[in-house]
Design a protein around this ligand. Sequence first.
Ligand SMILES: *Cc1c(COP(=O)(O)O)cnc(C)c1O
Length: 231
Amino acid sequence: MGIAEAITKLHNELPSDVKLVAVSKFHPAGSVIEAYRAGQRVFGESRPQELYAKVCELDMYSDIEWHFIGHLQTNKLKLVLPYVFMVESVDSIRLLESIDRWGGDNNKVTDVLLEYHVASEDTKQGFDAEQILEILLSDKKYPYIRFRGLMGMATYTDDEEVIRADFSRIRTLGDELKDLMRTRQDHEPYPNLTPCFDTLSFGMTHDYRIAVEMGADIVRIGTLIFGEREY
Ligand SMILES: *Cc1c(COP(=O)(O)O)cnc(C)c1O
């Protein structure tokens, strides 16, 4: 299956309220253009240098919406933050503080998702539920960050029950936090931001169908669209 065909198929298959992030990491800008011509506008990258190179090369495709989905080092912010619609992969307080400081210096509010660690592998990054709650309850410490939701990855397995259990934790915490943030907003309106904690990002090539079934707002799909990556 070619890139255009995969995009068309996914656009037909996914419910209209689920956003598809086409994960183009390790694939050339030409592949992004192929997907763009098939109607795709939202792309995900996981390495700062690679994102920046693609942003420059694809400059004329000005309606592309870039999502950063990888580990972001605090010394790479300027390659990423000016160009992205959102950072989906905030995985430490230190990063949060750096993004906020950068936002103050550059007068830009950044939309972020907090990465929620639900998989059984230790290799995956992210916060636990308690840390996420703590961050959100102190959200006013970060005036240049707009907390939009959670991002997560299921355990890498073929066992659907395990995947469902991981996704279910994201969904459950996400729903609780959506309520919490809505109530907070009613009681203490923000000075200058509209909080909208409304986005749960989970589901990749091998588990996106389960993710959609379980209420993901964003799915991030690479391999199915662009083929295997060569690292
Ligand atoms: C690479 C990556 C994806 C896409 O994975 P595929 O299995 O190729 O669909 C999704 N999310 C994150 C965070 C990634 O790093």
